[in-house]
Design a protein around this ligand. Structure first.
Ligand SMILES: [Zn+2]
Length: 72
């Protein structure tokens, strides 16, 4: 499990969404829009799951570079 993160469109900094997800499951799930509070801007941003990533073990893996699920 890792923290679902997205990039703040204003500051470009990583924002934790507060969601926790298994990386492979997150990358294979249908994309969706969500809204999360951004501490950098002190307001909410809407973000797209296709642009988000799961951060575990400090490694940032872009969704579209993820290992195919078939490898599981
Ligand atoms: Zn922001």
């Amino acid at each position: 499990m890792g923290s679902v993160m997205f990039e703040c469109p204003v500051t470009g900094q990583a924002v934790p969404t507060g969601l926790r997800a298994d990386r492979r499951k997150f990358y294979s799930s249908p994309v969706f829009f969500a809204r999360s509070y951004c501490p950098h801007c002190d307001r909410d941003h809407e973000w797209f799951a296709g642009d988000a990533w799961v951060e575990d073990n400090e490694r940032r893996v872009p969704r579209f570079d993820a290992v195919p699920i078939a490898a599981e």
